[in-house]
Design a protein around this ligand. Structure first.
Ligand code: ATP
Length: 334
């Protein structure tokens, strides 16, 4: 089911939470709304759900204008960061709730609930109460409950926001797999660019109530339309006035960027001298924290372990760096 938002405006007093937002969400996609705190992500999601009323603009689900349709009648599943479960109901009853009120046959309900609990990794928790679950388990129960009724669209507002890093990562993978299986059009609000890049096939970047760019993770990461998108999608370093990604920085011992003086590398333009502050081993990669020798500006380069070993860097070393790739936005006003 496609979701389409057209000319959406929402103000709180003088403040524009949504400022003329238009967005197309293709059927079957997993789209992330990504942006800093207060950029309007939740307001946009809640407007799609019908939980917030737009001042002006239109929301379409599957081509139908649902702007004035109540949330209950939009056929959506919604999961919040802090899920409000029915405390007096067991996990099984919570997940079964939507099916029961739709009066589905008992056997079908039991089968579906068991399947979903298996999928979300809560098999064996059927008879527990929400208070007896961890935060991650509660969110998975919430997802199972939202999916139980086969919604047209699934709307997730920072569903993993309150969980620790490892659990978030697991749930992300799980959500991606689940989405590949069920293909329900899903919109995920997150302020975490890693989460968006990891899980979404499309990302809409919001800033101050406006959409800055919409595209695939690769589009946004490699071809950002502006500095905001470039900086929000990942770390950036400023080299000779251009914004570059840390893993697009080559570090060398000599101005020709040779790893060691024995290497035969050709001379390059745009080489900067830098000082090493710290070398951080991140498993597969190594982060080299540096400062520009001329300006003192700090930045970091992300290099391979092999290169780091060849360079044998230590704190205080003087090195040379250049960008191997500069995205097209490399801006004039820096
Ligand atoms: N009920 C309200 N009354 C007044 N201002 C509101 C209300 N709801 C949201 N806002 C404001 O609208 C702006 C957008 O809020 P929204 O929750 O959509 O942002 P967000 O991008 O989801 O942020 P976060 O990641 O912090 O949840 C914020 O500045 C917020 O303070």
């Amino acid at each position: 089911m496609t979701i389409s938002v057209s000319g959406a405006n929402k103000r709180y007093g003088d403040f524009a939470a949504l400022d003329d937002v238009s967005l197309e969400i293709p059927s079957g996609s997993l789209t992330a709304l990504l942006g800093p705190s207060g950029s309007g992500k939740s307001t946009l999601l809640r407007s799609i759900a019908g939980l917030d009323r737009l001042d002006s603009g239109t929301v379409y689900i599957n081509g139908d204008d649902v702007t004035r349709v109540s949330p209950q009648n939009r056929d959506i599943g919604f999961v919040f960061q802090h899920y409000a479960a029915f405390k007096h109901m067991t996990v099984r009853e919570n997940v079964a709730f939507g099916l029961k009120i739709r009066k589905r046959p008992k056997a079908e309900v039991a089968k579906k609930v068991d399947e979903l609990l298996e999928v979300v990794g809560l098999a064996g928790f059927q008879t527990r109460y929400p208070a007896q679950l961890s935060g991650g388990q509660r969110q998975r129960m919430a997802l199972a409950r939202a999916l139980a009724v086969d919604p047209k669209v699934l709307l997730l507002d920072e569903p993993f926001g309150a969980l620790d890093a490892k659990v978030r990562e697991d749930l992300r993978k799980w959500l991606r797999r689940l989405h590949d299986e069920v293909h329900v059009t899903t919109v995920l609000v997150t302020h975490d660019q890693q989460e968006a890049l990891d899980v979404a096939d499309r990302i809409a970047v919001l800033n101050k109530g406006r959409i800055e760019q919409v595209g695939s993770p690769d589009d946004l990461y490699d071809r950002p339309q502006n500095e905001f998108v470039m900086s929000f999608l990942g770390s950036v370093a400023k080299l000779n006035g251009s914004l570059v990604r840390p893993h697009d920085i080559r570090v060398g011992r000599t101005p020709d960027l040779a790893l060691s003086s024995a290497d035969q590398a050709s001379a390059e333009t745009g080489v900067l001298k830098a000082r090493v502050h710290r070398v951080v081993h991140l498993g597969f990669e190594v982060r080299v924290e540096l400062s520009n020798a001329a300006t003192g500006d700090e930045f970091h380069a992300q290099i391979t372990r092999g290169d780091a070993e060849a360079l044998a860097l230590s704190e205080g070393d003087e090195v040379y760096v250049r960008a191997t790739r500069v995205p097209a936005i490399a801006s004039a006003d820096l």
